[in-house]
Design a protein around this ligand. Sequence first.
Ligand code: GDP
Ligand code: MG
Length: 441
Amino acid sequence: TLSDRLTSALQSLRGKGKLTDADIDATAREIRIALLEADVALPVVREFIAQIKQRAKGAEVSGALNPAQQVIKIVNEELIGILGGETRRLTLAKNPPTVIMLAGLQGSGKTTLAGKLAMWLKKQGHAPLLVACDLQRPNAVTQLQVVGERAGVPTFAPEPGNGVGDPVDVARRGIDEAKHAQHDIVIVDTAGRLGVDEELMRQAADIRDAVRPDETLFVVDAMIGQDAVATAEAFRDGVGFSGVVLTKLDGDARGGAALSVRQVTGRPILFASNGEKLEDFDTFHPDRMASRILGMGDLLTLIEQAEQAFDAEQAEKAAAKLGTGQLTLEDFLQQMLAIRKMGPIGNLLGMLPGAGQMKDQLAQVDDTQLDRLQAIIRGMTPAERDDPKIINGSRRQRIALGSGVTVREVNDLVNRFFEARKMMQQMAGRFGFGGGGGSKS
Ligand code: GDP
Ligand code: MG
């Protein structure tokens, strides 16, 4: 993997006080190979590497990092920057309904995404309507109705028995229906072909003109790698799009498509799909994608840690616990309270040992969610906090009832906690926290 190769390449840089041009060139070569292996398109790689070299050559040598770490940090930062920096949100229309149109090749995951997006929006209090404009494939309408049902969202479809029907007409009537039934968001599913073709583009463009979408999302399968660039360009020119959704990230694709599409089209990536279930979906996180493309999340974590000053004593105590996997929900609660006291979450994550790995979990937590999480943990008995494994179904129900949340939220918290604990334990083992004990599980 890149992580291994870079680690050895960078070994030679270790211990040097300053980066020489030769050091940077050698490192750049390795990163170049890694990006190509991750299926990033060649022109994009070239541009990226040139940028890296330039920045690395001008870089000050930092006190906290050795030169090798510094190069990785630069690479990572540049990558995150290209991938979009912060997560970009959906644009909602001032006058509802907001119209979101999905476009992409057949099999890219549009219909599945329609259901995922609908469920995600519904959870946030929206009332979406799905509109079935793929009248090409025999089962496409039924497929959308099925995912709609699963998401608990209605689907507008042409009446059966009326022949094939005109997708543009269905789209238009779908919007009318949404206004009529007071849906604030309309998700328009469209047909896709296996390859880019003109008829498909024209149909998509006609639908676009009929519904005037607030967002047109280009849905692209991360597994198609290099082909993503040509496909994205074709859709950009044929239909145009305001954002990108990357699907099938649960596969082994390293995500080079993300970097290529972003760089070539200049359009932000809004969402990522990572599985067939409706829950397998999230907003796109450039930082996660960057470490996936580089394949060196661990190194990045180490670098973050090296840069962060934290209370050594407290960290040591917590680390000893982490190393043995004994972190409890009570600790979790205490950490959460500490975070709250200290201000904006982003600044503070770094204070927790293993924070780099926890960040994904915690980044999803805002203050009101923190209140709820706190309420849930407070609703547990000390024994449950101490050993969350005992929290079975009936206990979950009791806790949910007592803390005024749904059982689902309790499940989420418990699952997230286990996940975080596992990750921290792995980290602790790998990086030798925990008083030499490592992971003992
Ligand atoms: P469409 O032709 O663009 O509408 O694509 P579909 O939504 O019908 O998806 C095509 C296939 O890919 C289906 O079998 C989906 O279950 C599957 N699929 C969609 N998104 C994902 C994903 O994120 N991960 C995985 N593993 N499968 C996906
Ligand atoms: Mg479809």
